[in-house]
Design a binder for this molecule. Structure first.
Ligand code: 7RM
Length: 651
């Protein structure tokens, strides 16, 4: 069953396959495997022709002269073209019936609600764009946005886009330190924040964090403060202004100025494996095309859909699939401010049933939390409005996939497992739900226009079912353009590992149906007695044990084997962490994978260290397993107290 190319041994044995129903396929944008393959082939043969045709879906002020200029590793798309991103997301929807369609249906954590139609959203964006101009923002300036999940976050982003300012959204959970670092790296002039945001019934004091951050931020001149929680804040005369005061005085007339296709749209910081965060730079036309195109095809979008992506706007998933992709497509977007377990663990199901959400897009980490909390939370909620489900952020364990499929999708909704990165800007590998049968744990095949491949270190395509590096062989419109202020790092990180190709840093395998199975980051690979094993596959084996909710597997130094296998395991509610269970789990992994994967150590824990977007930080667990103090970057960690707890739990 397992095979090795001298790269990564792949041991996952998943063989289930779920074709879309006739009913789903017949109404889909892409209706069959043959149709998908034809599109993919056309795009691969003449990529510029393909993307030029797709680009007609955008509204251009001036059409481009040239589709692509590629001087590896720098791409310029739609050269000579001019457009305004906010006009594509707003103004062009105002001439017909979409004018009065809901753009955003929002619910705050305390239960307050707001609906903004396209016309209303347009008005707010125009006003806030004038606010920004009135306090000195100009095209090309950087603006930091540090807000909770409220409509004003979207308004601020689109207002920046309208006037050509480059936004840098910082997730509301980040500390003052992280805010200061990002302000300084971007050289931001204006910062937009609020008196606070609601999370699990508590106020996150954003403005307080900003005050601390500003002591260390050299470039911020003006701060706009939204009143969200009636939380007392200190306002510094001449520097800090209330959002509502500035809006009261601003005109609603703000014509959208055209900008070049390659005008910078935003910087988004993402943590590197070591050292300082990287500012990923995205530009205008290519990014907007990539997000709107993928949103339409992957989610098989219909005019009447209510689309809910549960990510925070401070993450790339929020940028691409709450804001730019959906609004460019004139979609109704559901947006929720708070935690999934507030006031109770059924909040998401409650929202889906009350608003009749039709497409639900969330992360495997959330799905594993739902499983851990128990199925009783689904009782009494009508989820029949759902027609399509999605996942993003991590490989999904087949067991979690099956739960999602049965319990949330009623065995009826296709699941799109979407692989992509902050750097790729938009979804790269995913089923087109009417065309491809899904397999639990596989992101399936690349979208038309995306040339993804599994290769060895030399860049040669590896055989079927052999592990290797996931690379992208051809430039694509939404790709990152550089790392802000550090083009050398951009070249080094993404373009030198495998010559001539974009290096994703993920491991993957291609099966006999050409489906791709992402095996996690290549630095999350174990080397056990000469076998390169993906940690994710051992985790999957653990998670399909009935008592396990979540698992993280890392290597620990072992004199004999090179690396031993150390497992951190979270149990489902109501299960006791006993020595018998440890033994049972070891045996279970051996049964599922083989003796080579027998865990050397199992530690039970109540939670795992994760990034704020829900990815397990195995790097920190590796240090803990090795008994080291963690030295690397922990600024993206969601809950610091977990590290101390894990250390004190040591065997
Ligand atoms: C969108 C996002 C990127 C990394 C990526 C992978 C992992 C994301 C999947 C996945 C397996 C998936 N951007 N990843 N999606 N792994 N299957 N469907 O997550 O920049 O924050 O992270 O996330 O390792 O390289 S990100």
């Amino acid at each position: 069953m397992s095979s090795s190319s001298g790269n990564i041994t792949s041991v996952l044995k998943e063989t289930r396959s779920f074709p879309p129903s006739q009913e789903f396929s017949s109404q889909a944008h892409v209706k069959s495997l043959a149709e998908y393959e034809k599109l993919w082939k056309e795009a691969a043969e003449e990529p510029e022709k393909f993307w030029a045709a797709q680009a007609d879906s955008l509204s251009w002020v001036k059409k481009w002269d040239k589709v692509l200029e590629w001087k590896e590793p720098h791409a310029k798309w739609f050269l000579g073209g001019k457009l305004n991103v906010s006009a594509n997301c707003l103004d062009r929807h105002l001439s017909g019936a979409r004018k009065n369609k809901a753009a955003i249906i929002w619910e705050g954590e305390p239960g307050d609600t707001r609906v903004l139609t396209y016309q209303m959203l347009h008005r707010e964006v125009c006003k806030f764009a004038n606010v920004l101009k009135n306090i000195g923002a100009k095209a090309g300036d950087r603006v930091t946005i540090y807000l909770p999940m409220v409509p004003e976050a979207v308004i601020a982003m689109l207002a920046c886009a309208r006037i050509g300012a480059t936004h840098s959204v910082i997730f509301g959970g980040f500390s003052a330190e992280a805010v200061a670092d990002r302000n300084n790296d971007a050289g931001a002039k204006i910062l937009i924040t609020s008196d606070g945001g609601w999370r699990r019934g508590k106020i996150i004091p954003l403005k307080e964090n900003v005050d601390q951050a500003l002591a260390k931020s050299k470039t911020i001149e003006k701060v706009v403060v939204l009143k969200r929680c009636a939380n007392p804040v200190t306002m510094k005369e001449g520097r800090d202004f209330w959002w509502h005061d500035l809006m009261d005085k601003a005109s609603a007339d703000c014509p959208a100025e055209p900008f070049d296709s390659e005008h910078p749209l935003f910087i988004l910081y993402t943590s590197g494996s070591t050292g300082k965060p990287k500012g990923i730079l995205h530009t205008s036309a290519g990014y907007l095309l990539g997000t709107s195109y993928s949103h339409r095809l992957v989610f098989d979008l219909k005019e009447e859909d209510i689309f809910w992506c549960t990510a925070d706007v401070g993450w790339i998933t929020g940028h691409s699939y709450i804001v730019y992709g959906p609004l460019c497509n004139g979609t109704t977007v559901m947006m929720y401010e708070g935690a999934p377990n507030h006031p109770k663990e059924d909040r998401f199901w409650d929202i889906i049933s009350r608003y009749s959400v039709s497409i639900f897009y969330t992360a495997p980490t959330a799905i594993r939390a739902f499983i851990k909390w128990g199925d009783q939370w689904l009782n009494g909620h009508d989820l029949s409005s759902l027609r399509l489900l999605g996942t993003v952020g991590e490989p999904i364990n087949p067991e979690a996939w099956m739960w999602y499929h049965k319990k949330i999708g009623a065995s009826r909704c296709p699941i799109v497992d979407t692989w992509w990165q902050t750097e790729t800007g938009s979804i790269m590998i995913s089923p087109l739900p009417g065309a491809l049968a899904t397999k639990p744990g596989s992101a399936t095949r690349p979208l038309p226009g995306v040339v993804a491949e599994v290769v060895d270190k030399q860049g040669n395509r590896v055989g079927d079912n052999q592990g290797g590096f996931l690379v992208v062989k051809k430039p694509w419109p939404a790709m990152l353009r550089t790392i802000y202020g550090d083009d050398a790092r951009y070249q080094e990180q993404y373009w030198t590992q495998v010559k001539g190709f974009y290096f994703t840093a993920d491991g993957a395998r291609r099966d006999e149906d050409q489906y791709l199975w992402i095996m996690g980051r290549v630095d999350d690979v174990l080397n056990v007695a000469g076998h390169r094993l993906s940690t994710m596959e051992v985790e999957s084996a653990l998670v399909n044990h009935p008592q396990v909710a979540e698992a993280a597997v890392v290597g620990k130094p072992d004199e004999i084997k090179g690396e031993g296998i150390s497992c951190f395991v979270t149990l489902k509610s109501g299960n006791a962490p006993t020595d018998e269970l440890k033994k049972a789990l070891r045996d279970h992994v051996v049964k599922e994978i083989g003796a080579l994967a027998r865990p050397d150590e199992i530690r039970f824990t109540e939670s795992l260290p994760k990034t704020r977007s829900g990815k397990i930080m195995r790097r920190l667990l590796r240090d803990i397993a090795a008994g080291k103090q963690t030295l690397g970057d922990t600024t993206t960690l969601e809950d610091y107290s977990i590290l101390a707890k894990l250390r004190s739990d040591e065997e």
